[in-house]
Design a protein around this ligand. Sequence first.
Ligand code: GCU
Length: 432
Amino acid sequence: MAALLKRLPLLLGLGALALIASSCTMLGLNYASLEVDNKPAPKPELAARTLDQWESGTTALKAAFETHVYGPWPDGLAVSFGETRRIDDAFGMLGHVEETPITLGEGDGARTFHLAVAYPNLDVAGPLPLVISQTFSSNCSVFPNIPITAPDGSTCDGSRMDGAVGFVARTIFGEYIAEVPIEDWFRQGVVYATFYASEIVPDSASSAPDALAGLRPPSGEPPTGALMAWAYGFSAALDLLETDARVDASRTAVMGHSRHGKAALMAGVWDSRVDAVIAHQSGFGGASLSRSTTGEGVKRITKSYPHWFAPDYGAYAGRLDDLPVDQHQLLALLAPTPVFLGNGRRDVWSDPNSSFRAAQAASDVYALYGSNGLEQPGLEAFAPAADLSFFLRPGGHGVDKRDIAGFLDFLDAHFGTPQPAMSADTSIAAER
Ligand code: GCU
């Protein structure tokens, strides 16, 4: 006891240091390490030497992610569409919005969300590439000042991100944390679809389980986790838009920030129609390695957000070596689909360093498809045309101008920029 008392100041000091260190990480005050060579290679090793070998194992690997990390992909869960409503004067001359309610499941447990699709007025040849974005905020905040439908069924009357809350959110998380700079996307010649994930499953540990119970596929599998249900939302949106003649179904990207970046990666794995993924700061449960000891970690993420995952995932927290999968394998399952991994140098919570190492390891599988995968030598050498494209900017967790520029560079490199059909007079370029 006396010995313990003697050590008490030291123990308290160490405790305080640990608290400060973890708060600095959470608050974005630390910098991600750029050093990757001195770290262990991700485990389990990606052992496939031929494409056949790799492809013969992908079904089992996806099943392992379903069992141990995310819960089942709700394959076959009914998707139905309500009536599409056109909002003409959404962006003046630049374009218009069409909004469609999409229902997942049937009967009492069914869930309806609103897909808002912004079409640019462009005089270009042929159908346009599509980006489907999943968001933290309702469509009211994504497209402020447009009379689209709020989650409660009423009509939006201005951004929910106005006022003090919006100001604080934008100051901390960047000006585009909710609102979308639609002119930038239109200039890139993109049809931009967006939906609010919480309309599918509320992002709350107490209310998500009820919603998830209603979203069980016909096979009767156990309820899935919220990330998987949100990922299925991308698929349902694709069901609607792949038959839209204005959209080029061979150039469709799914996109999300943070928790929705995790869901975007998953949609790319479980839905083969996805042609590109933009996963910004997806962190743990996304592109960062579960075995990494930097940043949030499996223990904290499963404690704070148990509803995102299969119950099994949290149980691995104290014995990560036993976890049968890790996230470099999730990236490998995306091969050869182009993937953008957005990162902030101060977003150590999301652990950019282990995301980079995951992409390095996944490159071996991209190579089996004849792709170079990650082409950049280090975290800062952004190569937008690479199939695994890692973007690191200064600053912390959030979405700002620099990120949008990175997303657009990546899209431009992989989907191209639509060319004017006849004269450029009616194009946005001429208008600006
Ligand atoms: C929390 C959570 C992360 C998540 C992030 C976000 O910080 O710990 O895992 O990615 O929220 O979604 O913004």
